[in-house]
Design a protein around this ligand. Structure first.
Ligand code: BG6
Length: 307
């Protein structure tokens, strides 16, 4: 296993067949290749200089998923929180095929972000563990409430691995493993609904689709998804299968034509045909941590390419 650090803030972990590239900005996984074949989708004009979240790869969502709820303790934080906008620290190698990255309040240096994060103002440590093998990429996280003393308080958060997978043709794939989970929210259906209140009141309900196919904009949150999730190709083979620990929810997102058009950092505009976001996390509800408590979760993505 080799570890390389580049001058432009990347860490590359590789073995004889596979490589994973992590940008310190956001500890965003930019690329995962096996025998030169890329498994993740990254926008051609993704912004990698730290001024914006990366469009593609695997950005990390913490402490809030989506827009911060008005009037909540997250109010003022940017969409999907600050973890994907912060400079993480490279902590080094912990096992032969494993490296770690860390984030704490002291790593948030950007003035605007710091002001927003100060509003949230909790003491925390996050450790991201990236493990690479010939047949899988595992990302694990430990979130710790490090508040101490008399003023120490519990706090709550969301976590999400916002993975963008590269596919040949998004209309030809199927997503499996969500049958029996709860459809917590369908943002596209909600936006189109004549009566939003009545539509919102229907959630959550049991998802009955054995497979999900994508032929238009999709933005759904599934909760209590127990099964491993897989993306199946046109030929009926799994492209990736994802095993998960302690990640109860799955977001399926594809912006399709209009939304991709509106995203400045989404290139090529027709790129939505070559990507699907399958995002595993804890977002349907907040997870609460008492002072001194830790929360662990992970996803292990297996590819189906020749070893
Ligand atoms: C998904 C959300 O997780 O992320 C979508 O469900 C959102 O609603 C998408 O549009 C992309 O978000 P962003 O902030 O990276 O543009």
């Amino acid at each position: 296993m080799a570890i390389d650090q580049t001058d432009d803030g990347k860490v590359i972990l590789s073995n004889s067949t596979s490589a994973v590239t992590i940008l310190l900005h956001g500890a965003t996984i930019l690329s995962w290749t096996h025998k030169g074949q890329e498994l993740l989708w990254l926008s051609e004009n993704a912004i990698l200089d730290g001024s914006k979240a990366v469009r593609g790869g695997i950005p990390l969502v913490f402490p809030v998923f989506g827009p911060a709820p008005k009037g909540s303790e997250f109010d003022g934080l940017p969409q999907h929180g600050f973890a994907r906008l912060s400079e993480w620290e490279f902590l080094g190698q912990t096992e032969e095929n494993t490296i770690q990255f860390g984030l704490g309040p002291e790593n948030i240096v950007d003035e605007k972000l710091k002001a927003a994060a100060d509003g949230w103002s909790k003491d925390f440590t996050i450790i991201l563990t990236v493990e690479l093998a010939d047949d899988y990429l595992k990302t694990g996280v430990t979130v710790e409430n490090t508040e101490k003393g008399e003023s120490a308080k519990p706090w709550r958060f969301n976590w999400l691995f916002h993975s963008y997978f590269r596919v040949q043709d998004v209309e030809a794939i199927q997503v499996r493993g969500l049958q029996g989970s709860k459809l917590v929210e369908d943002k596209v259906a909600l936006a189109a609904a004549e009566d939003r209140v009545a539509t919102a009141a229907k959630y959550p309900f049991e998802a009955t689709d054995e497979t999900i196919t994508i032929h238009s904009e999709v933005d759904r949150v599934y909760g209590s998804a127990d099964e491993a999730i897989s993306v199946i190709t046109k030929e009926g083979k799994p492209l990736v299968s994802i095993e998960k620990e302690n990640l109860s929810d799955v977001v399926v997102w594809n912006p399709w034509t209009e939304k991709a058009e509106g995203l400045k950092d989404f290139t090529p505009k027709a790129g939505f045909k070559q990507m699907v976001c399958i995002e595993l996390g804890h977002v349907a509800e907040f997870q609460t941590l008492q002072p001194g408590e830790k929360w662990n979760a992970s996803q292990k993505i297996f590819h189906n390419l020749k070893l």
